[in-house]
Design a protein around this ligand. Structure first.
Ligand code: MSP
Length: 508
């Protein structure tokens, strides 16, 4: 079986989970479900990033020890995976021993490969971003320096270990050139390349002015820089340093999904360090865009964070997922507005898909005794609608693999519109009295088309997929992609269940 390894960034535990965190997780979950339906063995990891000065400060402010603090907040993120029904196969916490062990071994490997040296760091640091900045990357206001998004920076001067990042400049550029799909979308890849071309400086990779983190082997005064600690989670979940054949196979097909804000760490620092430690870079890095709330940046200080738990409670999980994935092309920024949300859900889910299921199944059950009305056979493939349906999966898969989720969804919905037109054209309510056989055939075509839709929407809106396939009484083990185009026709007389309303209309 083919293997794929899918990761979310691990979440900082200084904050409560909001829509941005939910988005990253949902995007990965869609990929994980998609590859499972294609019969891949999927390892899908998420978790929490629990060390560093930012977390230490947040715990101090609350006057609790860092470990209790991270235990509490990490559990909020774990809870979110349940609310969102995320299919992660593991949850990594950077305070776990398996992770600390991996980080220490990774460090030792870099040291052994002569990639680390001790020196002094003097320069700017942002605790909020846990990032060292060069002055040219900052903005100056009233004599003070700030990050591009207005965050505070502090001047630090301390002894520090350095990673020889500058030595990897050329090798990185070669790697990007040889692997044009390594960083996606393409525009992000171009950004990274031009950043690297401006020259890379060695990277400070330890701090010695606080204690909440993993100590540098043989020099406990130093805490390993939180980004090295965090990035290594992608290896610790695979059992590093004890990689076996299975770990290698997962790593060969690894996909890191991240937000655009953390691209530099993933696309520059991480591959250089991996190569420096004798490992290959991940297969792909996909950077998605950011969500704003009614046009405004989402931030704790503005008090405008959107709680995904509340949205799920109020509108439903699939409704939330559908909106986030359909409204905005993955990779671009998006604006969350309740109006846009309601309009999108009512139009696409309640009106188009929900109605199609209701009108087809209600009519069928009423006139054909809750049974699949007519045998479909090779001749049915002459029907344009079904032909279109069977070929749909090819484009759908292409778009999904290319991370063009909104286009993949659009393919399905074009088919749904077409089916609604098909019912209007064949008018079963008018033909039922005159030609029962023809009506039975048309309704069976529609039900078979609903089976196809039920399978295709499974990675995106899995609960609704289950609802539809349950109504159609499709066996649980015949819902993966391999049953899609096999002309696996529902047999005449098979029981069809009563349709329950899948997407109630949201009133404004
Ligand atoms: N801990 C680091 C990641 C380490 S990975 C080795 C981190 N954590 S985070 O909690 O700040 O962010 C986690 C993810 O949430 C990032 O991918 C980030 O881009 C995403 N988002 C946070 N706010 C967001 C929006 N408003 N919109 C979309 N995604 C955003 O960075």
């Amino acid at each position: 079986m083919k293997k794929v390894f899918i990761t979310t960034p691990i979440f900082y535990v200084n904050d409560i989970p909001h829509i941005g965190h939910a988005y990253t997780s949902i995007v990965c979950d869609v990929l994980a479900r998609f590859y499972s339906l294609k019969d891949y063995e999927v390892k899908f990891i998420t978790g929490t990033d629990e060390h560093g000065l930012k977390v230490e400060k947040a715990a101090n402010e609350k006057k609790i020890n860092p470990q209790s603090f991270v235990d509490k907040i990490s559990s909020n993120f774990m809870e979110l995976t349940r609310t969102l029904k995320i299919t992660n196969t593991d949850f990594i916490r950077t305070t776990q021993n398996r992770h600390k062990n991996a980080v220490i071994n990774f460090w030792k490997k870099l040291l052994e490969n002569n990639q680390i040296y001790l020196d002094n760091y003097e320069g700017w640091y942002s605790v909020k971003d846990e990032t060292f900045y060069q002055e040219k990357e900052l903005i100056k206001k009233d004599g003070e320096f700030f990050t591009q998004d207005g965050g505070e920076v502090e001047w630090i001067k301390e002894e520090s270990y350095f990673f020889k990042l500058s030595a990897w400049e050329k090798k990185l550029l070669d790697y990007y050139e040889k692997n044009p799909e390594f960083i996606l979308p393409k525009s992000r890849s171009n950004e990274v390349i031009s950043f690297v071309k401006q020259g890379l400086k060695d990277l400070s990779i330890s701090r010695n002015s606080f204690t909440w983190g993993i100590q540098v082997p043989n020099n406990p005064e130093h805490i390993i820089y939180v980004w090295i600690d965090a990035l290594t989670n992608y290896l610790s979940v695979l059992g590093y340093p004890n990689f076996d054949e299975s770990s290698d196979k997962y790593w060969e097909n690894s996909i890191h999904v991240i937000g655009k804000d953390i691209l530099k760490f993933h696309a520059i620092y991480w591959p250089s360090m991996l190569m420096a430690a004798g490992l290959n870079p991940p297969k792909k890095i996909f950077a998605h865009g950011w969500w704003t709330n009614e046009g405004k940046k989402i931030s704790k200080s503005l008090g405008n964070t959107i709680d995904p738990n509340l949205l799920v409670q109020k509108y439903g999980l699939d409704q939330l997922k559908y909106f986030l994935l359909r409204e905005v092309p993955l990779g671009q920024d998006g604006d969350f507005s309740e109006n846009a949300f309601i309009n999108r859900v009512n139009a696409d889910l309640s009106n188009s898909l929900g109605n199609l299921v209701q009108r087809t199944i209600k009519f069928s059950n009423k006139h054909f005794k809750n049974e699949f009305p007519s045998e479909l056979n090779e001749d049915s493939l002459e029907c344009e609608v079904l032909k279109k349906g069977y070929s749909l999966i090819i484009n759908f898969e292409k778009k999904m693999i290319a991370f063009e989720f909104h286009k993949a969804i659009d393919e399905i919905w074009k088919f749904i519109y077409r089916l609604n037109q098909f019912i209007d054209k064949v008018e079963p309510w008018a033909t039922i009295k005159k030609d029962r056989n023809l009506t039975a055939l048309n309704i069976s075509i529609l039900i078979e088309a609903l089976r196809l839709i039920g399978i295709l929407i499974a990675p995106i809106i899995p609960e609704s997929s289950n609802n539809i396939l349950n109504i159609l009484n499709i066996d649980k083990d015949k819902r993966s992609f391999k049953f899609y185009s096999k002309k696996y026709f529902i047999k005449k007389g098979k029981k069809i269940n009563e349709p329950k309303q899948i997407f109630p209309r949201i009133s404004i």
